[in-house]
Design a protein around this ligand. Structure first.
Ligand SMILES: CC(C)(COP(=O)(O)OP(=O)(O)OC[C@H]1O[C@@H](n2cnc3c(N)ncnc32)[C@H](O)[C@@H]1OP(=O)(O)O)[C@@H](O)C(=O)NCCC(=O)NCCS
Length: 137
């Protein structure tokens, strides 16, 4: 494996490919393009030139940030690629926090993936007496 990382690559077909491979069913290209255009930071991971992982940050960059779309190509899972993606996103967040130490970072874990995020210090909101995160379907 020859891993390399690109920041802020807005390649719609790679993004959609990973979406399909992890079983999320990709958006139309038009929609993915708008989503990536409005993403302020992303990390794409490659084995040679094959896309194998991705994660992105959305939000206002100073008060509220969301980690979204952390995805690892199935045959590359459990080999710390997800960890590499999270550590890269968290390194970026650390820099942003210098500007505003009380910046808040959110994510919505897929069911069953909570333990992965707990490894990076994320907690289930209810455990901190914060009330549930809520969502409009
Ligand atoms: C979740 C995902 C990003 C993890 O990436 P990965 O490269 O397989 O994870 P890593 O190899 O870096 O694992 C890091 C640690 O998290 C743990 N972990 C990974 N996935 C886990 C899961 N589903 N449940 C519990 N623990 C998990 C690993 O056991 C490992 O623990 P260790 O450090 O004690 O060995 C990846 O499996 C994936 O893309 N899944 C499909 C898409 C998805 O559901 N993304 C999350 C959206 S919220």
């Amino acid at each position: 494996m020859k891993i390399n990382i690109k920041e802020n690559n807005k390649n719609v077909s790679e993004f959609n490919l990973l979406y399909d491979l992890v079983g999320w069913k990709a958006y139309d290209e038009r929609i993915s393009k708008i989503a990536l255009d409005h993403t302020f930071y992303s990390v794409s991971v490659y084995d040679e030139d094959k896309i194998i992982g991705y994660g992105r940050l959305i939000g206002d960059t100073i008060c509220f940030i969301y980690i979204q779309d952390v995805m690892v190509r199935p045959e590359y899972q459990s080999q710390k690629i997800g960890t590499l993606i999270m550590n890269t996103l968290l390194a970026k967040i650390k820099v942003l926090k210098k500007d505003n130490p009380s910046l808040r970072v959110y994510l919505g874990a897929s069911k069953g993936k909570e333990k992965f995020y707990e490894k990076f210090g994320f907690i289930r909101r209810i455990d901190a007496n914060l009330g549930y995160g809520m969502i409009l379907y």
